[in-house]
Design a protein around this ligand. Structure first.
Ligand code: NAP
Length: 311
């Protein structure tokens, strides 16, 4: 069996520890060879604190997976590509669209793989929903993405700083699914964005798109958490409605469970399998459609000021 490809994980925080480390431990393609993080580390794995020094010291590690928040990520990605490494980006792939385009161009110029990962697209029922919709015309769709920021991002003030995207940090997961499953593309026509009086990014958003597609994102949801997309279509034999629940993990047709399982633990192993394919085939995958919708909402959105938010 061929040796596994060495990966360095950079930015050892919540998502690196929750998902990347277990996915790499189970990967048939990759092995976690080093971490780079100012404070974080993984027991038993070589730990660096300075990225430039790491790149210099470990030329044998050909893949770098970047898990820090979007604003600092560009500098790391650029340095990694300039040092000849393949790069995997957590979602959202950057703080701006233009910086991701610049990374795309650099990766292409250097013949390296750049993978802008969208973990929610790997949820259990997304491919089945896409296949079910493929021969239908969508008449109406609605996203309800309501969760408790205090539960999922405890103390993570960066989400409310410029570039942190606020409620679009989870909302972009819904948009990554929407843009994957819809047979016809849509674009944003209106948005209302609710900004806490003491914060730089929205805590809630209501979006309208062409094709009667709407979205309701809210980060103040206590109790029951909802990550649903419902879709009404034109024709039978099964007209739907179709519902993707639990963040794309459960598919319902006409109110009956069709496929899926209520766990996100398959998403990150699937992302690393995709990264392995991309490297093998010397290609990149950078789909900016979900982030374009967020940028459009920020451009076109009507701003409403709401109560200050404190963790
Ligand atoms: P986090 O725990 O707040 O941050 C991850 C790590 O990034 C930190 O531990 C920190 O490590 C490093 N970091 C933070 N600010 C930095 C800076 N200015 N420069 C360099 N490194 C910095 O965030 P997270 O929840 O893991 O999220 C990271 C990314 O993953 C985000 O884009 C998020 O959307 C995505 N994601 C998160 C989740 C989730 O459930 N949290 C799920 C899916 C995807 P050091 O201080 O040790 O350097």
């Amino acid at each position: 069996m061929a040796d596994k490809t060495k990966v360095a994980l950079v930015g050892i925080g919540k998502i690196a520890l929750d998902q990347h480390v277990p996915a790499l431990a189970a990967s048939p393609d990759f092995t976690l060879a080093a971490t780079v993080s100012r404070r974080g580390s993984v027991p038993g794995v070589e730990a660096h604190t300075d990225f430039a020094a790491f790149l210099e010291a470990r030329p044998d590690i050909s893949v770098v997976s970047l898990c820090m928040p979007p604003v600092p990520r560009y500098d790391y990605a650029e340095a990694a590509l300039l040092a000849g490494r393949h790069v995997m980006l957590e979602k959202p792939p950057g703080a701006t669209l233009a910086e991701v385009h610049a990374l795309q161009a650099l990766a292409a110029e250097r013949g390296l793989t750049l993978y802008a990962a969208w973990h929610s697209r790997m949820a259990h029922a997304v491919a089945a929903a896409k296949a079910w919709l493929a021969d239908k015309t969508v008449q109406k769709a609605h996203i309800t993405w309501r969760e408790d920021v205090r539960k999922w991002h405890p103390g993570q003030d960066w989400v409310f700083e410029p570039g942190g995207m606020g409620v679009f940090d989870p909302g972009i997961n819904a948009l990554s699914i929407l843009t994957e499953i819809l047979p016809q593309p849509v674009h944003l026509t209106a948005a209302t964005l609710e900004f806490p009086a003491n914060r730089q990014t929205p805590i809630a958003a209501q979006l309208a798109f062409t094709g009667h597609v709407t979205a309701d994102f809210d980060w103040r949801q206590e109790g029951l958490q909802t990550w649903d997309i419902t879709v009404e279509t034109d024709r039978g034999p099964m007209r739907g409605p179709m519902a993707l629940r639990m963040g794309g993990n459960v598919l319902e047709i006409d109110g009956q469970p069709s496929t899926g399982q209520n766990s996100i633990m398959g998403e990150y192993p699937a992302l690393y399998a995709r990264m392995a394919d991309l490297i093998r085939t010397k290609t990149s995958e950078v789909d900016l459609a979900p982030m374009t919708h967020v940028a459009d909402a920020m451009t076109l959105g009507h701003r409403v000021t709401v109560d200050p938010f404190h963790f």
